[in-house]
Design a protein around this ligand. Sequence first.
Ligand SMILES: *Cc1c(COP(=O)(O)O)cnc(C)c1O
Length: 226
Amino acid sequence: MTIKENVSKILNNVDVAKATSSYSNQSVMVIAVTKYVGADKAREVLNCGISNIAENRTELFLEKYEALKDLDLTWHLIGNLQRRKVKDVINLVDYFHALDSIKLAQEINKRAEHTIKCFMEMNISGEESKHGFSVNELSDVLDDIEQLENIQIVGLMTMAPFEATEEETDVLFEQMKNLQVKIAAENRSNIPCTELSMGMSRDYQSAIRQGATFVRIGHEFFQGEM
Ligand SMILES: *Cc1c(COP(=O)(O)O)cnc(C)c1O
């Protein structure tokens, strides 16, 4: 398969998932995660009608940002961000998907030159190895984030555990949707929380059926090319 064929297969799968989703009029942003490839291969995907690009590490983000700055793109940083690197990157990012501590939120707030759109990363399955907020600490966390005027929480982000079955993943995605709706209903000023960033190559179709509005797809774009 060529990159062009991969893109059209993915976009078709997204349409099918939307058509069978429990939610009507769902808009889904398809993000190409380009961490496995260089800027040239990334550019091929972006030339096929994809305009959302993501990297998971600061160095790779900055490298791609420089190499692709001639294109009109929406830039996503999806991986864990060390506090000391916030100042290098945060003002270039359109969406940051991995807000996982109050200390990180405070550092972003301090370095921000404009409102920074963030997803709160949730560790809803309770895996010890994983980053993210737990459901139990949420109400305290939201109280703290509400004080940070340069941060806007656009939604929640999660990753299903690698070993989870399809059924377990579905349950997790459904819990995420319920949590997102609950937080949105609190009507906190800088926490609209209307979006859900979930679904990767192996599970984006289930994620969309459970209400995902941002899917982060990596290797499926580059099948046959890596
Ligand atoms: C790499 C990565 C993805 C994409 O994973 P694929 O399985 O290649 O689709 C999505 N989200 C995060 C946070 C990642 O690091």
